[in-house]
Write a protein that binds this ligand. Structure first.
Ligand code: P6P
Length: 343
């Protein structure tokens, strides 16, 4: 039995209900909303595991043998999450990487107290190579009192998050989430269709042994970024070894390995694309939810100068530089930025 595998079977729903019991005024609405989301995630997991049979099922954009229009998996994931969440009366509105504008709740359905931000399929460009991909989600309480959700409800600072998490579709499908009382991980048992507690209390290791960065972008990085990564390659005085490089190219996968095994991830602003002066990653539905998880697990996340969770978003698709991992490694990056400038 792996060391982290608890001895009793705790399903995700049981865990959520136990968390909910901590809040005397909890109505169960929050748990019900999360369970709606989990249904969509289970369906996405099933489709991803079939994706390898695309030639049989039909490639995206074509008709499959049943004569159905085959969606690209990221469109499929977007569609499944939207359809799971649009009618339960829990949300005031949603925002997704796949949609330019705020996603309203259809007028025929009631609106609710929460706002969902999500990246339906992070790393989707890796699907054809059978590399792991993920879904990232973040949940705020609405700020307006009633009626359709607004940008004021969506553009909230990460410190306001009430829940965040991700799903990693890898050799197994793992869901990791936090509601501000630590971080727990669940592994999907397809034979019973349940996410079962597999990582009871995830803690970010004190120091990283891996670094994750796309060094192909080095020519476009600032001096602080280059010097930071070069520093990590020098043999560590304490252990005599340099960090090992691990980079999958799917944020969720790189983050999950770093969270469990100890690693620092860096996606700095790169000057390769003037349209992306702040780097490639998005604040609302990538950096902020993972920063929430990292901090709940004892780690840290910065844009080089401030906590990711302190950044006030101006738009749904704001980008941000991201350095995320153990506190000591993130603090070291900030020191390099102070010393060598830039963001
Ligand atoms: P690059 C995937 O496309 C993604 O948005 C993240 O999941 C990942 O961390 C990053 O881009 C990889 O970007 O420039 O290294 O290919």
């Amino acid at each position: 039995m792996p060391t982290h595998m608890p001895h009793k079977l705790v399903t995700l729903q049981r865990h959520m209900l136990e968390q909910q019991a901590r809040f005397p005024f909890a109505t169960g609405e929050f748990t019900s909303m999360l369970m709606d989301f989990v249904v969509a995630v289970k369906i996405i997991s099933r489709e991803i595991n079939k994706a390898g049979l695309a030639e049989i099922l039909g490639d995206a954009g074509e008709e499959n043998i049943q004569g159905e229009q085959v969606m690209k998996l990221d469109q499929f994931a977007q569609d499944r999450i939207y359809k799971a969440m649009d009618h339960g009366g829990h949300l005031a509105c949603m925002a997704s990487e796949e949609e330019e504008h705020l996603i309203p709740i259809p007028p025929q359905f009631p609106t609710g107290r929460y706002v969902l931000m999500f990246d339906p399929l992070d790393g989707s460009s890796n699907i054809d190579a059978n590399v792991s991909i993920g879904t990232i989600f973040a949940i705020h309480r609405r700020k307006t009192h009633s009626g359709p959700g607004t940008m004021e409800d969506a553009l909230q600072v990460g410190n306001n998050l009430v829940c965040a998490g991700y799903v990693l579709y890898g050799p197994s499908t793992v869901l990791v989430y936090s509601t501000a009382s630590g971080v727990a991980g669940f592994t999907l048992d397809p034979s019973i269709g349940e996410f079962c507690l597999s990582h009871e209390d995830i803690r970010m290791p004190e120091r990283a042994k891996y670094y994750s960065a796309n060094e192909g972008n080095t020519p476009y990085w600032g001096e602080a970024d280059r010097k930071f990564i070069e520093h990590l390659k020098q043999p560590d005085k304490a252990s005599g070894r340099p960090y090992s490089s691990r980079y999958i190219g799917t944020l969720v996968s790189d983050f999950h390995r770093n969270l469990l095994s100890g690693g620092v991830f860096l996606y700095p602003p790169d000057r390769k694309d003037p349209k992306k002066p702040a780097g490639k990653l998005r604040l609302l539905y990538e950096a902020a939810p993972l920063a929430y998880i990292a901090e709940q697990a004892g780690g840290a996340a910065t844009d080089g100068k401030q906590r990711i969770l302190d950044i006030q978003p101006k738009g749904l698709h704001d980008r941000t530089p991201l350095c995320i991992g153990p506190k000591a490694d993130v603090a070291l990056y900030e020191k390099f930025v102070r010393e060598f400038g830039g963001k």
